[in-house]
Structures are given as C-alpha cells and as structure tokens.
Design a protein around this ligand. Structure first.
Ligand code: TRP
Length: 459
C-alpha cells in the first residue's frame, strides 16, 4: 500500500501525513471507484451512511464486492489486517462513508470549547466522524447535546486499550459540560460468548468500577447494564421495538454478516445498542424529550451499529446520532490486530503490577529497531511499526517530547531498550494511579452511577 496512513503522526502539527494531498487524491479515487462499483452493482447511486436496498450485497461490510484491497477486515467482531502499520484508516473512511477529522475540525473544537484539543484529537487517534460540524453549529447556538458510549463486559480484566474511548469521553464531558450515558452490554456478551447471564452481569459491575475510575462526574453520568435497565424502562424498550420494526433481516445480515444459524438474540441485538442514541430512552434524564442530539465516541469497529441507527432514526422521527471514531489500540505483538482480553501477554492490563508492565513491554512489545546496536545506530529504527512508540502516542501527552523521541529513534540515537524504558516509566505510574482510584470506588458509588435518576445539566 502506497497510501498508507501513519495514524499516530501528529496531524495537528505542520508536516503531518494527514494533509498530504497525494493521500487525499488516493482516497478520493477510491471513493469514486467505490461509488461507480456500487452503481454498477445496484443500478442506484451510492448514498453514504445508508445501507443498500434489500437483496444487494452490502458494500459497508467489507464484502468481496467493494472493489478495494482485501487487506483489512473490520466489523464489530473481527479486526485484522496484513499490514504491519495496522489497519488503513483512510481506506476505512472511504469504505464506511464517514468524514475524516481534519485539522480544521480540531481547530474548531478548540475554538468552541476554549480548551487545548485532547492528544487523541491532536494526533489523529480519533480520526473519523459523522456530523460533528452540525453538533458544533448547534452548540454555538446554545443547543446542547449528550454523550453516549459503551462497553461489552466480556471479562473482569480490562486492558489499557479499553480505556481509550472512556478517557476521551471524560474529556468531552468536561469541556462541553454535558450529560453522558454508558451502556454495558452484558446481554450482548451473553449472546455471543459461552458465559452465564450472572457472569456477564457481574463483569458489567466490575467493569463499571474501572470506568468510574476514569473520573466521570456522578452528577452528569448514568451507567447501565442492559439486563437491569432494559427490564425496568418501558421507554427504552419501546424504542428497541420501534427500531426492530424498521430494520429488516436482510439489512442486518448485510451490515453484520449474520447467517441462518445465528440465534435470533444476535439478530435483534443491534436495536438494543441503537436505542441509547435516542434521548427519550432516558425519560429520567431528558424528561421525555426526543430531540436531544446524541454524540457517540467509539472505536471504528462499532460503526456498523450506528450506520444502522442513523438509517432508521429519521424514519422513526428522531435525530441521527453524530459520531467520533477512534482507531484501534495495537496489541503488544504488533498493529495487525486489536488486543484480546483473553491473551494476557497481548496487552497491559489495568491490574498489572509495575514488574509485570516492565516484563511484558521488554519481552513482548514489537520493536521497529534493528537487530544489532551497530545496525540500529547506523540505519535507525522504524517508529511506524514500533509498538512502544505507538503506545507513547496514546499516553505521552507532551508533543515536543514525543517528536524528539520519534526523531531520535529514527536516527538511531535512541535504542529500542531506551525507548521501552520511556514507555515503562510512562505506564507504570499511570496504571498505579488508576488502581488507586479504582480502590476508592465503593459498591455504594457504583450503585449511585447505575441508578436511573435525573442528571444535573442545562440543555
Ligand atoms: N458493543 C460494544 C462492545 O462490545 C459495547 C457498546 C454498546 C458500545 N454501546 C456502545 C461501544 C456505544 C461504543 C459506543 O464493546
């Protein structure tokens, strides 16, 4: 791939890869090809964000008909690529029909909030969006919005990658001063995994503690387990059924790749993940208003759910949710895949000790360095594929320091062991502080966050 995007390159700084016109040209060409392929296949014009009509193979699913390389595969359950730098995010933007987060949008967020943009925005870690300009237009006219994000509680163990959307959502909550709902899809995990209902529900409560430890404001945040909240809220369930009535089996099959042997719980689940995008699913918060705009920060693999949501929204009289998409957090072994909570060595867990952090990084973090010190000094390392460097782009806030590390590593002045040491010394205190904050989260605190109640905000 010649048009590969270095998504960890700081796009907020001059000289970044994001604004190279050659890349934009390639993306535009791909988009054009996608559109013509689509028209050729369906006889209809391509419309971004709309699932194709029934009886047509869906383009958005990355199915074999999309006319683009088969290198990357992204849906909510599978993420893989054969490219060492990771998934090609420019290609995903084209394929999903979303918009790139350009410097202009980052600048605008800075202007509207009066705050320095979060490093995830400065560095293009949140790289794609839908309708964010519209949200800002409304916000500037004093029309506020709410945030919605979530997590599938598949185990007790969360790793640092799981924190990305929550760290960013916490920042959004602070700078915009708005309410937030967090869905814990214990039902989804029960349907997809070989787990008992009680286990999934327990994982939801345990994960809620790690989420709370990110620092959310209890007066502005409602965290809910689907098993608990769905069963207690008529308004939420009504929305689920409304959505179910307006999406066909053919459509979800196209979007999610369901087959005839998937249980019907899976087939109807997307409606449950869609429902929190509509404000009247939470009458205790929004007093029955159905028109409060929703903004969803999430990893790009969740986009299929929200393409479906945005497609049904106008048909059931609700505003479409806006989205901010993040790239994936790479596994220690390399950027080809997302981290897996079931492989202890693929990631740094929130429960790891300083020693475990050090050992894992030293032993398992894929290196872009050369085989010998002599060669490394002579030719330099490759930060684009180096997982320690990638992790620093996520967690080291100082732009200048990061840039210097990049230059020194590329020139060979900085050795792999030294780079790893910087990462270890960044993560050890960060994880220790997280553990300290999590310890402060009592059962009582969890109950507070998870009780349906009014929140404190002005719309
Ligand atoms: N399906 C998501 C997961 O498995 C959980 C989820 C539910 C979610 N609602 C969401 C994630 C909204 C992001 C935004 O992790």
């Amino acid at each position: 791939m010649t048009n590969h995007l270095s998504y960890f390159e700081c796009h907020y700084q001059p000289g970044c890869f994001w604004v190279l016109s050659a890349e934009i040209d390639v993306a535009v060409q791909l988009l054009l090809k996608l559109k013509t392929d689509y028209k050729h296949l369906t006889g209809q014009d391509y419309k971004a964000g709309c699932p194709p009509p029934e009886n047509v193979v869906n383009q958005d699913n990355g199915a074999a008909t999309d006319g683009i390389d088969e290198e990357d595969n992204v849906d909510p359950w599978n993420v893989s690529t054969s490219n060492a730098k990771g998934v090609d995010y420019d290609k995903l933007i084209v394929r999903f029909g979303s918009s790139k987060i350009e410097t202009e949008l980052v600048d605008r967020i800075e202007k509207v909030t009066g705050q320095k943009p979060h490093r995830f925005l400065r560095r293009g870690i949140f790289f794609s969006h839908r309708d964010m300009h519209q949200v800002l237009d409304a916000y500037e006219k004093n029309k506020s919005f709410y945030l919605y994000t979530g997590r599938g509680p598949s185990s007790e163990a969360m790793h640092v990658g799981h924190l990305i959307p929550f760290i960013f959502t916490k920042w959004l909550q602070d700078v915009f001063d708005i309410p937030l709902v967090i869905q814990l899809t214990d039902d989804e995990k029960y349907l997809w995994k070989d787990l008992a209902i009680e286990e999934c529900h327990r994982f939801a409560v345990e994960n809620a503690k790690d989420i709370i430890a990110c620092g959310f404001d209890v007066n502005k945040t409602f965290i809910f387990s689907d098993f608990d909240y769905m069963g207690s809220s008529p308004e939420f369930y009504r929305n689920v059924v409304k959505i179910q009535k307006h999406v066909t089996y053919n459509q979800v099959k196209g979007i999610f790749g369901f087959t005839d042997s998937d249980c019907i719980g899976k087939i109807s689940f997307p409606a449950i993940q869609a429902a929190p995008s509509f404000s009247n699913s939470f009458p205790q918060i929004f007093g029955g208003r159905k028109d409060v705009q929703c903004l969803i920060p999430c990893a790009i693999d969740q986009d299929p759910y929200f393409r479906m949501t945005r497609d049904v929204a106008p048909r059931i009289g609700y505003p479409k949710p806006a989205l901010l998409h993040s790239s994936f957090f790479p596994a220690l072994q390399g950027a080809q895949t997302k981290m897996s909570a079931s492989d202890a060595n693929s990631s740094i867990f929130l429960t790891d000790t300083p020693k475990q952090i050090k050992n894992k990084i030293n032993k398992h973090a894929f290196s872009g360095g050369k085989d010998t010190i002599e060669e490394h000094r002579k030719f330099g390392g490759n930060p684009d594929v180096d997982v320690s460097f990638m992790y620093l782009t996520f967690f080291l806030d100082d732009d200048e320091q990061l840039e210097k590390i990049k230059q020194d590593y590329s020139s060979g002045a900085l050795l792999t062991g030294e780079l790893k040491k910087i990462l270890i010394e960044t993560l050890q205190p960060m994880i220790a502080q997280h553990q300290e904050r999590r310890k402060q989260v009592t059962e009582e605190t969890v109950k507070q966050f998870m009780t349906p109640r009014p929140l404190n905000f002005k719309l």
